[in-house]
Design a protein around this ligand. Structure first.
Ligand code: SAM
Ligand code: SF4
Length: 266
């Protein structure tokens, strides 16, 4: 699919849940989160319908995200079904890594090819402070499990900004270098102000090169992370909502009303 600005749209990010086992400060409000009702969250069959339609229309890459994708029960089964879609060439996941020690082998066996694991610092105290509850040892065990399961490449997503200083990113870069992992540096985004910038070591943040659509866990196709346009797959059906989302992709993102990433999927 090609949009109005000549960009080839070949990636779909699917948020499989708005639930998470962490509470990262830049992703969730301090006041707590209002979770979706179970009936509002797409079933695996609905997600697969969208994925099949999308691949039929030219999507070749799918990334599972959330919330935390590994907290959704049965996600291994979803991975297996997605991996069997003819025409899909790349199946990836973005995860906080804390549950990978348990699940890396089964998602890899089910057909997941690669993972991005979020790690903003190598300091256990700051990690706990930033995630409000996380234990960095779980992430480190998850990274080892992903390596053992031969998920490849493994990239580390490292957010910089606020309490997270450049020195934290440097420590993550060094950790990446010694462990053979690529590191992507992401400036902390502020949705209400439309503040985002190019991801160092990745494709994100550069509107001229944007190749993606997003499917939120409650079934909205979003043409852009920094836009309030969304098309409901339950109301419009998968093909029409995908077609309209491509047609409505803005040239560049701007300020938007939604403010928290756990809702849309990163
Ligand atoms: N729970 C998974 C994880 O943390 O990797 C997947 C979902 S999370 C929303 C996806 C990515 O978005 C993570 O790498 C996270 O660091 C990033 N993210 C969340 N809020 C952000 C913000 N305000 N600015 C920059 N990155 C953000
Ligand atoms: Fe959860 Fe990922 Fe958001 Fe952190 S960034 S709260 S791990 S969804």
């Amino acid at each position: 699919m090609t949009d109005r600005f000549g960009r080839i749209i070949d990636q779909l990010r699917i948020s499989v849940t708005d639930r998470c086992n962490l509470r990262c400060r830049y992703c969730m409000p301090a006041s707590g989160v209002k979770l979706l009702r179970n009936t509002d969250i797409l079933s695996f069959e609905e997600i697969l319908d969208v994925a099949r339609a999308a691949v039929g229309m030219g999507i070749t890459k799918i990334r599972l995200t959330g919330g935390e994708p590994l907290v959704r029960r049965g996600v291994v089964h979803l991975v297996e079904k997605l991996a069997s879609i003819d025409g899909l060439v790349d199946l990836a996941m973005t995860t906080n890594g804390t549950l990978l020690a348990e699940h890396a082998r089964s998602v890899a066996d089910a057909g997941l090819q690669r993972v991005n694991i979020s790690l903003d610092t190598t300091d256990p105290h700051l990690y706990r402070q930033m995630t409000r509850c996380g234990d960095i040892r779980a992430v480190l065990a998850g990274i080892r499990a992903a390596q053992a399961a031969r998920l490849h490449p493994i990239k580390l997503n490292c957010v910089v900004g606020g309490l997270l200083a450049g020195s934290d990113a440097l420590s993550v870069k060094e950790f990446g270098r010694t462990n053979g992992l690529q590191v992507r540096i992401i400036r902390m985004m502020h949705f209400e102000r439309g503040v985002f910038s190019v991801v160092e070591g990745g494709r994100g943040g550069d509107c001229r090169r944007c190749n993606r659509l997003r499917l939120s866990s409650d079934g909205s196709i979003r043409p852009c992370l920094f836009s309030d346009v969304f098309l409901s797959v339950r109301r419009l059906g998968p093909s029409k909502s995908i077609r309209l989302a491509v047609a409505k992709k803005p040239q560049a993102g701007g300020p938007c009303a939604h403010q928290w990433m756990y809702r849309i999927g990163g």
